[in-house]
Design a protein around this ligand. Structure first.
Ligand code: SAM
Length: 247
């Protein structure tokens, strides 16, 4: 998978090269290209923002700079080289919620381009124009407002890349994580059996795989019921069996 990120703070994206993501780069599973938006400015101040039409506080990112940047990063020449257009992801609190489902969808893509906004955001016409040439998603990572899109990109890329084949040591861990079956994952434990007067639940030490699977499912259902009843309500009827309903 090829990942391009356009930002005014390239150094903010350094963690894309750390830990699991760094290993994925080393092993050739992903290619990461971070671009400084200011490279596409033409004035001495390298300005990327201007005051908003209609007045109001804050500044808006200029369409000309973004237009030139995206023309180069994912314009016709690059699209020809890659063989297909990328999916352009624009983080914004006003976007569709980023979920595990969307992470799985992105993990199927060969090329993702991220456009990091700052200030009040990017001039609306940039997205409208880009959508003439490629699929564009405006995506929110939660109902709160960050200072810029960079932290959102780190979140999205990490969630996506760990789903790529070969990235996680044990692919089953992604399959059993929270949200994969629509529920939150229940508690987990490791050695020692007793710690500060707290014991690991007996069943997990029993070796009875069926009982362990049932216990895990029950705890996942309980946790989801208490913390995220919205997830339970969204499950289709057939997702819950007779035992589940008794929990
Ligand atoms: N004026 C915008 C609004 O009210 O919707 C907020 C702009 S925010 C201060 C600046 C940038 O941070 C946005 O353009 C976006 O790139 C990023 N951002 C902030 N909150 C975000 C969120 N919850 N999800 C994704 N990106 C976010």
């Amino acid at each position: 998978m090829r990942i391009d990120v356009v930002t005014i703070f390239p150094e903010y994206l350094a963690p894309l090269r750390a830990a699991l993501l760094g290993k994925a780069i080393e092993r050739g599973l992903i290619g990461v290209h971070v671009h400084d938006l200011r490279e596409w400015t033409h004035d001495v101040h390298r300005a990327v923002d201007d005051s908003p039409y209609g007045g109001g506080p804050g500044m808006v990112m200029k369409p000309q700079v973004w237009g030139e940047a995206l023309d180069e990063v994912c314009g016709p020449e690059r699209i020809a080289a890659e063989g297909r257009p990328p999916r352009l992801v624009v983080p914004t609190p006003a976007g569709r919620p980023f979920t595990q489902r969307l992470a799985r969808e992105y993990a199927e893509e060969e090329w993702l381009v991220f456009a990091c906004g700052r200030y009040e955001g990017i001039d609306e016409r940039v997205v409208t124009d880009a959508a003439r040439r490629m699929p564009v998603d405006e995506v929110s990572i939660g109902d709160y407002v960050l200072v810029g899109g960079e932290a959102a990109v780190l979140v999205i890329v990490e969630a996506v890349v760990r789903l790529l084949p070969g990235v996680l040591g044990n692919p089953a861990s992604a399959a059993e994580d929270s949200f994969s079956d629509g529920l939150l994952e229940g508690p987990c434990y490791t050695r020692p059996e007793q710690w500060r007067g707290l014991a690991v639940p007996e069943v997990l030490r029993s070796g009875n795989h069926a009982a362990i699977a049932r216990w895990r499912r029950d705890r996942a259902l309980e946790r989801t019921f208490h913390r995220r009843p919205d997830l339970l309500a969204a499950l289709p009827d057939e997702a819950l069996d007779r035992h589940d309903r008794a929990v």
